[in-house]
Ligand binder design. Structure first.
Ligand SMILES: C[S@@+](CC[C@H](N)C(=O)[O-])C[C@H]1O[C@@H](n2cnc3c(N)ncnc32)[C@H](O)[C@@H]1O
Length: 271
């Protein structure tokens, strides 16, 4: 019998995703709350759990207020929280939505999310290690939401997830997600993202060796508003508003995107 060697094809996306997953599994095991909100003085499992979850209620309240300015009420029946971590925002969303699913790439994060779930069967947490959201049927959610998660996913993978958001949202639903759009410094504005992004993350890796206390062990990416808008359109979505936010992601300008599916039905038309 002849022996054959089967070489499985591993795409660059698979490698990138495996790296992100390994990074967040480690963080989820070592210091999960600090990895989500890396406020000074809380490193080394020093977060008070109640105070930590209060930051989630505060953040969702702030986002809700900004969305109200766009005539969007942040409440309804089903919501998905992409990149839920330990469920900080999922729990707060469950005060406004009757059923919320939190999904994360890290089983360690989901483990802690389950432990801290104070909303019973209103909230479910699941792990997704795929580059898509195929475990969720099309048109499943009234809201697809994501905050400070896509920024840790390499751009081409993040764009794939954004396209998926518009498949799994209902035709009368809304997609709300945050993503940094550019470095705050105007000096770097002329450098293309495909050059600047690896430079920025490479420099951070280097600085981490020198001052680990100041440079946390995760990658942070951004995407131009133009590129995000093109991706929303390619996914069958329509951008309704962008809201610029300060102080979300260190030295990067951050945007909240509010969007819906192109095939939106008029209110009251039924599914
Ligand atoms: C900074 S934490 C934010 C958690 C949560 N959104 C919050 O604000 O409390 C980023 C989360 O994104 C998750 N994440 C990173 N890449 C992901 C991916 N490809 N799919 C799902 N979750 C991912 C990480 O595991 C981590 O839990």
């Amino acid at each position: 019998m002849t022996q054959r060697t089967i070489i499985a094809a591993v795409s660059p996306e698979d490698k990138e995703l495996a790296k992100v997953r390994a990074e967040w599994e480690l963080l989820g095991r070592a210091d999960p709350l600090w990895a989500v909100v890396s406020a000074p003085g809380h490193r080394g499992n020093r977060w008070n759990v109640q105070e930590f979850f209060a930051t989630g209620v505060e953040r969702i309240g702030k986002i809700a207020a900004r969305l109200e300015e766009q005539d969007f009420a942040f409440r309804g029946d089903t919501a998905l929280d992409f990149g839920c971590g330990v469920g900080r925002l999922t729990q707060a969303l469950a005060d406004r939505y009757s059923s919320v699913v939190g999904v994360d790439i890290s089983s360690a994060m989901v483990h802690w999310a389950d432990i801290h779930n104070a909303k019973g069967s209103r909230v479910t947490y699941v792990v997704n290690t795929r580059p898509d959201l195929s475990q969720f049927p099309s048109g499943s959610f009234a809201l697809v939401f994501s905050d400070i998660a896509l920024q840790h996913v390499p751009p081409r993978l993040a764009l794939g997830y954004i396209r998926e958001f518009f498949r799994i949202v209902r035709s009368d639903g809304r997609v709300v997600f945050q993503l940094p759009s550019r470095p705050s410094s105007r000096l770097t504005g002329w450098i293309p993202q495909r050059v600047l992004d690896p430079l920025f993350n490479g420099l951070r890796r280097l600085l981490r060796w020198v001052r680990p206390q100041d440079y946390p062990p995760w990658e942070t990416h951004w995407m131009s508003k133009r590129r995000v808008q093109a991706t929303i359109a390619a996914g069958g979505g329509k951008l309704l508003a962008t809201i610029q936010e300060e102080g979300i992601t260190g030295s990067l300008e951050s945007q909240l995107y509010l969007a819906c599916r192109v095939s939106e039905r008029p209110p009251g038309a039924g599914e």
